[in-house]
Design a protein around this ligand. Structure first.
Ligand SMILES: NC(=O)c1ccc[n+]([C@@H]2O[C@H](COP(=O)([O-])OP(=O)(O)OC[C@H]3O[C@@H](n4cnc5c(N)ncnc54)[C@H](O)[C@@H]3O)[C@@H](O)[C@H]2O)c1
Length: 366
């Protein structure tokens, strides 16, 4: 599959020791990526849910399963740390891992729950000279890589508009969507955002306050317009449509098609199959060895945070919000806590309640 800024074949050499914090669904995907990548030994895992941690350790041949992530980091001194817990823990755990100076941290998306947290993660990693990537692994999907390549090669002419639709919250699914929009366009900066939010129910997603629905417009540098909607049209999900002056491109996780004046209708483009978790892990090793910059580098995750928080801030202030954003708190929380977004149908619920385990049916806490 196409790789960014590296064409070197996988070289023999150092083997890196990886540890995973949070052994739930995405923790397993990270483990599988490390196992497939080669040159990475999965040496430790930590989860407050002890039976889950133990079972994970058995499955992946890990000697010690920890319930305390700091004990794991201090004892094992891993080169690579995966942060695979729910979003409210990402900042604190990334900062704790950075203080132990591994070579790289791969933290799950969304990077954090506020811009302030995301910036602290950047500072902690810069200060400790740790490479930080955010788990936007879809950047490694062959279909996404092909779509990006086609846009760069002019298949639709100069891009003018890009559009994305998803469900289950701005921070959750649409963080992938906004990342997708930037990725397919070659990661341009975003100049401004303009958004609207509805929250009449007390909706949460993985214990993070979430809107009922949200939509927004974006302006990328170079004058490319973007728009997205989340939970506005149930059942409707699409990655990105890219409209250019000469054609249109449409893609999802496993396919790409486009048309222009030469194709006489939609042209399906063949794409290979590859596990993006393995490619994400391989590129982490290349990045550690300075052969490339990881395409999931935290600067991209931070842009997505600026856009998402900017959309909330636009709804809060009823204005076009120029990026980079200055508000460090989460503007959705500010709106709810100030009474600007009152719940009209009471009763807190979580759209990811199926992830809750144990009799208490409450999120696992430290
Ligand atoms: N990149 C993707 O496509 C993708 C897919 C799924 C989830 N995610 C992200 O991954 C994160 C985790 O989601 P999930 O679905 O795997 O959740 P999950 O509930 O399956 O797993 C989270 C795990 O973290 C553990 N945990 C909680 N507090 C802990 C602590 N203090 N120390 C150690 N472990 C602790 C829980 O016990 C649980 O096992 C979320 O931020 C989510 O957005 C990303």
């Amino acid at each position: 599959m196409p790789r960014q800024k590296t064409s070197s074949p996988k070289k023999r050499g150092a083997c890196y020791r990886a540890a995973i914090i949070g052994t739930g669904s995405i923790g397993r995907a990270h483990a599988s990526g490390y196992v497939q990548a080669g040159r990475i030994d999965l040496v430790a895992c930590a989860d407050v849910d002890e039976p889950r941690a133990r079972q994970f350790a058995e499955q992946y041949g890990i000697r010690t399963a920890y319930t305390d992530l700091r004990a794991m980091l201090d004892t094992e001194r891993p080169d690579i740390v995966s942060v695979c817990t729910w979003h409210p823990f990402h900042a604190e755990m990334t900062i704790a891992a950075a203080a132990r100076q591994p070579k790289a941290i791969l933290c799950e998306k969304p990077m954090a729950t506020s811009l302030g947290e995301a910036e602290e993660m950047m500072i902690a990693c810069q200060r400790n000279r740790v490479k930080l990537a955010i788990g936007f692994q879809r950047r490694f999907l062959p279909a996404w890589c092909k779509a990006k390549e086609l846009v760069a090669d002019g298949a639709v002419g100069v891009p003018k508009r890009v559009s994305h639709t998803r469900e289950t919250g701005l921070l959750n699914a649409t963080s992938h969507g906004l990342d997708c929009m930037r990725y397919v366009l070659g990661d341009p900066k975003v100049e401004w955002v303009f958004g609207q939010v509805e929250r009449k129910t007390d909706r949460y997603e993985r214990d993070v306050r979430c809107e009922d629905c949200v939509a927004g417009f974006l302006m990328f540098e170079g004058g490319i317009q973007g728009n997205f909607q989340t939970d506005l049209i149930p059942g409707d999900a699409a990655w990105a449509f890219v409209q250019g002056i000469d054609g249109m491109l449409d893609f999802d996780d496993g396919w790409v098609r486009y048309f222009n004046a030469r194709t006489r209708g939609w042209k399906d483009v063949p794409v290979e199959k590859a596990d993006p978790m393995a490619s994400q892990a391989e590129e982490l090793v290349d990045w550690i060895e300075d052969r490339c910059v990881h395409r999931g580098q935290a600067e991209n995750g931070l842009w997505t945070m600026h856009v998402m928080m900017g959309v909330y801030e636009s709804a809060r202030c009823h204005e076009v919000v120029r990026l980079p954003l200055k508000t460090r708190a989460n503007p959705l929380d500010l709106m709810v806590e100030s009474g600007a977004l009152p719940v009209e149908r009471p009763g807190r619920y979580d759209v990811r309640s199926f992830l809750l385990t144990g009799e208490a049916m409450r999120p696992t806490r430290r």
